[in-house]
Write a protein that binds this ligand. Sequence first.
Ligand SMILES: *Cc1c(COP(=O)(O)O)cnc(C)c1O
Length: 417
Amino acid sequence: MEQDLNQAQTLDREDVLAKFRNYFFIPQIDGKDSIYLCGNSLGLMPKQTPQYIDQELEDWRHLGVEGHLHAKNPWLPYHEILTQQMANIVGGKPSEVVVMNSLTVNIHLMMVTFYRPTKTKYKILVDYSLFPSDRYAILSQLHFHGYGPEGMIELSPDEGTEYVSRETIEHIIHTHGDEIALVLIGGVNYYSGQVYDIPFITSLAKKHGCAVGFDLAHAAGNVTLNLHDANVDFAVWCSYKYLNSGPGSLSGCFIHEKHHDDLSLNRFAGWWGQNKTIRFKMGPEFDPIKTAEGWQLSNPPILSMAAIKSSLDIFEEAGMQRLRQKSLQLTQFCLDLLGTKSKKYTIITPLKDEERGSQLSIQMSEKDKSVFDALIRHGVIADWREPDVIRIAPAPLYNSFEDVYHFCQIFTDIIGS
Ligand SMILES: *Cc1c(COP(=O)(O)O)cnc(C)c1O
């Protein structure tokens, strides 16, 4: 183990992103930095975020309503200063990306537009082990259109595994494609950590005339994405996991440019989607902005957006390519130390680079939470998913190789004892 620690320290010394750890507050346990491996659930707080929020509070204090036009960053177009950087994170054009609402709200809004069932083609293909909020949203949309749960087809993993292979995806889409109106799955599966091949799934589904959307809650800021080129119809994601923008912060939304002018699409509208040149004429006609912004509803919460701006500035400085590279090294180091399978546990995350992100899901053979509870007592903040999975997600912005080393040592100590 001594040798492994040396190796971790060497990797940290060689890490070109090492300085970014100091950009973040690391939660303390018993007066020491915790080993925080929960950035897939709630990303850590950048030290500069209070300054960004304070700027808006100051402007509100001194300017009141005048801040809409005269704040340092005027509030009226505030969301626009997020667009380019957010578009870079997901590989979209700026016109295709908007930050608005929260994630589940955007799932609903996008389904209003892109779920257009017909008598024979009304089903929705969803992820394996679907996240509860997505399930509730999708089932309620089906119900709204007069369909029951039989309208939902779930991906299923290959037998005896938690892995959904390309062959399985191909088989399901070939078999059911003609009945499927919408494919709506994760970019990264929140349970297993599997990264899906978005261009592959999209082109397959398009051959069958399905609309295609992705929930990127676990993908945005984690893996490199290219939504525009993949020809995805829409995508949604939150900003508080890998994107470090604070609890409950706003969601990102991608709508492919080919849809921007299509006024035949349904949408649930609001005044922030209105043509900016006439918005404040307050007229009765809705003339939507011809970009993703045309789907906005409300004037947005500036304080949350300030936290997003702080985070996006850090992402821009670090760069998604470099982050992805370090992320793969961190998980590889962890896999080297833990192995992929023992009597006590199995790593259910796919091992190929292109099929895993920052998260490793460790399935415990004995289905009890005691190992997880002991981790917390030893200063490790990870995440437990019923019935038997510990999820860890070293985040390349603030986790070090030494974090991974200490986690592995604590984990194997607990298991051995
Ligand atoms: C985190 C997460 C959510 C959370 O949705 P909110 O509307 O932000 O509460 C939804 N879906 C998935 C897949 C998630 O990972």
